[in-house]
Design a protein around this ligand. Structure first.
Ligand code: MTE
Ligand code: MO
Length: 300
């Protein structure tokens, strides 16, 4: 897919969901006719049916706007996302404030259709647009002592009505180990279905780590810090026994209060479909080696 300026569409790009879905079917059909298995996606991505735009953008977790699933879509329009910059600091060669436009002019935006699994045991499939986090970190020049990456969400109580409640210790913070951050599956998402990412989904840029529970995918990022110590993370601070630093999707390690063996598939109507949750959310082939030798019940 072509480089994009803030996901501005060209005629080669997807314009709306129906065209998008239709085109996918045509391509899938053509590929099948040719005996091909994929269209540049991994084989397993082929059978992923993207969740509708309406479900993705109206059933959200973004506690800075409230804890109900429809709060973010009601209130996130209050957030000013222009101008926007990301402070990149810590163990980097070129620390500083990076303007969103400058970042976008240097990054290659592509489409990634990923499974998305919330720790609350629901899931969807999102056609993200974004760039690899590794490319952004390389722009800032990662120093060899750096072992972790810390992320911070914008801290703007006047524009985020949910922040008046002490549900979490604001601002929302997250972190990854360096190899997780540099993994090619880890992206900064700036769009969905070829459109700019809506505020409720984390505009203008949010992390997406598809093999981890959704809360690791921190929204509306304003700061990225490279460090040599494991950074604190919001949900781990709120419930250390329930939410670990790693939080890899794992059907064999239950949440203390519910099973993680299966998930409710969003947007499948009244008789919502349930499916088995996959190890590393279906990305084991790509990421299992990152955790070789680690006890995943201890490092949950
Ligand atoms: N800043 C911030 N980021 C956040 C959250 C949040 O409340 N605040 N919720 C997390 C959770 S629990 C999930 S499941 C996903 C939801 O992303 P979505 O609303 O785009 O589906 O965002 C994650 N990132
Ligand atoms: Mo979540």
């Amino acid at each position: 897919m072509a480089n994009r300026w803030k996901n501005t569409l060209t005629d080669r790009d997807v314009t709306d969901e129906s065209v998008y879905l239709n085109r996918r079917h045509i391509i899938a059909g053509a590929a099948a006719g040719l005996g091909l298995s994929g269209i540049g996606q991994s084989a397993s991505a082929d059978d992923l049916e993207p969740t509708s735009w309406d479900d993705i953008t109206s059933y959200c977790n973004y506690y800075e706007f409230g804890t109900r699933k429809d709060d973010p879509s009601k209130y996130a329009h209050m957030l000013t996302t222009e101008p926007w910059s990301v402070k990149i600091d810590g163990m980097v060669d070129k620390p500083g404030d990076y303007a969103f436009e400058d970042i976008m002019s240097k990054m290659t935006v592509e489409e990634r259709i990923y499974r998305f699994r919330c720790v609350e045991a629901w899931s969807m499939v999102v056609p993200w647009n974004g760039f690899e986090l590794a490319d952004l970190l390389e722009l800032a020049g990662v120093q060899s002592e750096a072992k972790y990456v810390a992320f911070e969400t914008v801290n703007r109580p006047e524009e985020m009505p949910g922040m008046r409640y002490p549900v979490l210790d604001w601002p929302y913070v997250e972190g990854l180990r360096m190899d997780e951050a540099m993994h090619p599956l880890t992206i900064m998402a700036t769009g969905i279905y070829g459109k700019d990412i809506p505020n409720q989904n984390g505009a203008p840029l949010r992390l997406v780590v598809p093999w981890k529970y959704g809360f690791k995918s921190i929204k509306s990022i304003v700061r990225i810090t490279l460090t040599d110590t494991q950074p604190p993370t919001s949900w781990n601070k709120a419930g250390p026994r329930e939410y670990g630093f790693y939080s890899n999707v794992n059907p064999e390690v239950d949440h203390p209060r519910w099973s993680q063996a299966s998930e409710r598939v969003l947007g499948t109507g009244l008789f919502a479909r349930r499916q088995d949750t996959l190890m590393f959310n279906g990305y084991a082939e790509e990421v299992a080696s990152l955790y070789e030798g680690m006890d995943l019940t201890k490092f949950y």
